[in-house]
Design a binder for this molecule. Structure first.
Ligand SMILES: Cc1ncc(COP(=O)(O)O)c(C=O)c1O
Length: 382
């Protein structure tokens, strides 16, 4: 740890009252809420006989991935090779890369990790990528599992027709060095549909498209062992539809303001708790008396609704952006701007890109800093 606040906070680990004394801006993980989120989703999946492969794009942190694996996850999903390799080096396995790549050098790196014991699955959307993975795997004397990436409405990556999926699955089966593992279809277009019934209808469209692909694969004697996809927004609907064999939820572990208005189970109740916060400090007051904090757009990803700010556990306002390094506290009625030095804990607009801004996350339990965990994949969006 260098000149960052983590070095200043390290001596506080285990000290009574240390949560309120953390130097800021710092990323906080509330241990109780985090552990509850991990166990709640694991139990829901187990009850319905579904697997979980939580997505590490949300947290990029080996300690969190290991907690998810300990709770029964089949493996960990990753968005980028760099993120995947960082987690492998930190002891996380098995790993699935959920996006196609277009770089032989990156594929060679994955194959080299596979030769060193990484249990890697990847997705493909075209024939050339199968050939590339197979060639790299053979050169490294490794084996890589491959899934066919399918687009069921997101309009991003993946094949759209059953015929294309069957053709790619057949090519994977025919190649040496790779094994055919199944299909992926991530319905990202569905996850943030606010209303439960609207989301259920949209997810059903996606799952019906996926079912048509699965049926064609079965008819071609290419039954997919793994049918992976889904996220925090669709997890309950995917459990209901039973087309997927496993769900790749990511944000559930932290939660953010983007997901807050999404009625996850249709009962209007909170399913996952807010576990991720950015702690900031009031460093000044503006000419009209607003509290100015030390956390701006370099401390929060701002692609979501504004953070809510808590003082001693009480929500006192929201944060507006006052620059790269500054936030402006907009107090709720009845709350005065706190004095300089006051420490606020803020929810985050969007958890994944916020976690990616920090080298470490501070694990806090009640009022104590319990541990400081590295975010091994931080910045590795390559
Ligand atoms: C392929 C894939 N799977 C799973 C997820 C996790 O989704 P969520 O964070 O909504 O749970 C994402 C998020 O973007 C994703 O891209």
């Amino acid at each position: 740890m260098s000149n960052g606040v983590a070095a200043l906070n390290a001596p506080l680990v285990g000290a009574a009252g240390s949560r309120a004394r953390l130097e800021t801006p710092s990323l906080l993980l509330d241990a109780t809420a985090f552990e509850k989120n991990v166990s709640v989703l694991a139990e829901m999946a187990a009850v319905r006989g579904m697997g979980l492969r939580p997505h590490a794009k949300t947290h990029k942190c080996a300690a969190i991935a290991k907690a998810q694996l300990e709770a029964g996850a089949l493996g960990i999903a990753c968005a980028k090779p760099g993120e995947l390799l960082a987690l492998f080096e930190a002891g996380v396995n098995p790993l699935m890369l959920t996006a196609p790549v277009a770089s032989r050098l990156k594929i060679d790196r994955l194959a080299a990790a596979a030769a060193r014991g990484a249990d890697i699955a990847v997705v493909v959307d075209r024939a050339q990528l199968i050939a590339d993975y197979a060639a790299s795997a053979r050169a490294a004397s490794a084996t890589i599992s491959i899934l066919v990436d399918c687009d069921t409405g997101l309009g991003r990556t993946g094949v759209t027709t059953p015929a294309e999926a069957v053709a790619l699955a057949r090519m994977i089966e025919a190649e040496e060095g790779v094994t055919y593992a199944g299909v992926q279809a991530y319905a990202g277009n569905v996850q943030h549909v606010l209303g439960f019934e609207e989301r259920r209808a949209a997810n059903r469209v996606a799952n019906e498209r996926l079912q048509a692909i699965v049926t064609a694969l079965k008819a071609a004697d290419l039954a997919p062992g793994i049918i992976t996809g889904g996220g925090t927004g669709s997890h309950m609907l995917d459990f209901e539809d039973q087309v997927l064999t496993e769900v790749q939820a990511g944000s559930y572990v932290f939660m953010d303001e983007g997901y807050r208005p999404v009625d996850l189970h249709g009962a209007g109740e909170e399913v996952f708790r807010f576990a991720l916060f950015v702690a900031v400090t009031v460093i000044a007051h503006s000419a009209n008396g607003e509290a100015i904090t030390d956390g701006g757009t370099k401390s929060f990803a701002i692609d979501g609704p504004p953070p809510r700010a808590f003082l001693d556990g009480v929500e006192i306002g929201t944060i507006a952006w006052a620059g790269d390094e500054f936030g402006r506290l907009k107090t709720h009625d009845g709350h005065a701007p706190p004095p300089a030095g006051a420490r606020l804990e803020c929810t985050v607009p969007h958890c994944d890109p916020t976690a990616n801004l920090y080298d470490v996350v501070h694990l806090v339990r009640d009022d104590v800093l319990e541990a400081i965990w590295p975010i091994e994949g931080r910045g590795l969006s390559d």
